[in-house]
Design a protein around this ligand. Structure first.
Ligand code: NAD
Ligand code: 6OD
Length: 492
């Protein structure tokens, strides 16, 4: 078995039909903390993608099709065991690829990958043995029953912000339903998807059930996958614009899609909230993973009575964050993913000033006395004073930044929060339970948290309205997407 840090990190290859496969074209994988090259990655050409899709098709019709739900579930638990066995290796690979603090990768990313396999293994077993496989309505003169089948070969395309968490969030239910997958992780974070191949081997998944192809989007691996006629469905997480491009691309072959896209999420903080809890919650909701979580709140609305003290409190939180080396336990703010993304975030910092914002803190690049100056760090940043029509209020920035505005009434707060083309998440802070329910039910989003943020139960529906996505995954919603009912009607 190749040792990940010894071999794979230096040369990350595609994984097709149970084998690591090299190629002629390579691209560099950078450490965002200091810009150094940590690996060379093999870019999959069209022939590699074709090979992976064919391997996935063969596997779909082979041993994998004969394995019943109980055994599939038990192998997925073994994948979870295999990730746990290599826990440190996964953590180090994720930290090196993303620059995220080691504390975050060890508490969130890798444990959630394990949980994704365990939850969907259990869910498919329980529901499959009870009612998921057959629906039998009480027909008067006919017996109807629907048998659920896998969709087939599923193309899984994922982003760089929570690489293994988001990849396994899709791979686990897809495999639980009996599909096979060809995954294309982000070109920025190819490591943990490749390491997962070893866990799949350990768990005894047949060759071809899990395949990894590396590369870029347009004119590269991503597009080869979405256009491939042998791919039966695409599940995608990433930018809304990319979702639109993929939709066009899959139209010719009419593939079902599940899209988890961008957000411009709002938080509403009422004066009756528990102030300290709201402040801590919002500090996470704005700055966690350097603001690179689709659920992060870049728009914060605070009731006027507590506006000044809240702005002051969040400023103190922002200034207390430690932009350290990702591998240090005390670090709580890593770099952004790439130089290109840092340029984008900094362009919004400049735009905010041009649009008339009042800078509360941050707005630039931190200064270091070491090689972090070659990394992609930016300062956590807070603005006030922008009109609601400003581009910085309308467009997703995806950095450690928020704008705070005051409101006077519940109706005004709801109207401002909903005034967006996105609709992923919202977070409401109040000690009035009635108000919590009332406001939450008026949010035009896929998920609303009350007095918390990013508190997850993996059985609940997850996804977005508007530009934030198509469909819902999570729990039975995932199992429904990754399978297809075949209804059989027998006349009695
Ligand atoms: P991105 O859309 O640029 O890339 C995502 C993936 O799509 C990558 O693997 C990329 O190579 C691939 N890709 C790009 N163009 C493609 C094309 N034309 N055809 C096929 N594949 C293509 O997104 P990103 O920059 O990696 O991630 C950040 C974005 O993802 C943000 O907008 C964020 O809000 C969103 N996101 C959403 C969720 C959610 O659950 N809603 C979760 C995480 C991230
Ligand atoms: O928690 C999840 O299941 C999920 N899909 C989170 C998405 C986070 C976005 O960056």
């Amino acid at each position: 078995m190749p040792s990940f840090l010894g071999d794979l990190v230096k040369r990350i290859q595609n994984y097709i039909d149970g084998r690591f496969v090299g190629g002629r074209r390579e691209f560099a994988d950078l450490n965002p903390a200091d810009g150094t090259v940590i690996a060379q990655v093999t870019e999959a050409c069209e022939a590699h993608v074709d090979e992976a899709v064919h391997a996935a098709r063969r596997a779909l019709l082979g041993e994998w099709a004969q394995i019943g739900i109980r055994e599939r579930a038990s192998r997925l638990h073994r994948v979870a065991d295999a990730i746990e066995k290599r826990f440190d290796c996964f953590v180090q690979a994720e930290v090196a690829d993303t620059g995220k603090p080691i504390s975050l990768a060890s508490k969130l990313d890798i444990p959630r990958a394990v949980a994704n396999f365990r939850v969907f293994a259990d869910l498919v077993k329980i529901s499959g043995l009870e009612s998921f496989q057959t629906e039998t309505p009480d027909g008067a003169n006919a017996l109807n029953y629907a048998v659920r089948k896998p969709l087939g070969v599923v193309g899984v395309i994922t982003p760089w912000n929570l690489p293994l968490l988001l990849l396994t969030w899709k791979v686990a239910p897809a495999l639980a339903c009996g599909n096979t997958v060809v995954v294309k992780p982000s070109e920025e974070t190819p490591a943990t998807a490749t390491l997962l191949a070893e866990a799949m081997q350990d768990a005894g998944l047949p060759n071809g059930v899990y395949n990894v192809v590396h590369g870029f989007g347009p004119g590269s691996t991503g597009e080869f996958l979405t256009q491939h006629p042998g791919v039966d469905a695409i599940t995608f997480t990433g930018e809304s614009r990319t979702g639109a491009a993929i939709m066009k691309s899959v139209a010719a072959t009419v593939k079902p899609v599940s899209f988890e896209l961008g957000g411009k999420n709002a938080a509403i903080v009422f004066a009756d909230c528990n102030f300290d809890e709201a402040l801590s919650g919002l500090s996470d909701a704005v700055f966690l993973n350097t603001g690179q979580v689709c659920l992060c709140c870049e728009r914060v609305y605070v009731e006027r009575k507590i506006f000044s003290s809240f702005v002051e409190g969040l400023k103190r939180k922002a200034e207390s964050l430690n932009p350290g080396w990702p591998n240090h336990e005390q670090t709580d703010l890593g770099p952004l993913i790439s130089a290109q993304h840092r340029d984008k975030v900094l362009s919004y910092y400049r735009l905010a000033q041009e649009e008339g914002a009042h800078l509360i803190t941050g707005g630039g690049i931190p200064k270091f006395s070491d090689n972090r100056n070659h990394g992609f760090y930016v300062q956590p940043t807070i603005y006030t004073g922008l009109p609601e029509s400003a581009r910085c209020i309308k467009e997703e920035i995806f950095g450690p930044v928020c704008h705070i505005a005051a409101f006077d009434s519940e109706e005004e707060a709801i109207a401002m929060a909903n005034d967006t083309k996105y609709g992923l998440a919202a977070s409401i802070w109040t000690s009035n339970l009635k108000r919590g329910h009332r406001v939450a039910q008026q949010m035009k989003v896929g998920i609303t948290w009350v007095n918390c943020w990013f508190l997850r139960d993996l059985r609940t529906p997850f996804g977005g309205a508007g530009l934030s996505g198509i469909g819902r995954e999570g729990g039975m919603h995932s199992l429904n997407f990754y399978s297809e009912p075949n209804n059989i009607c027998i006349r009695l």
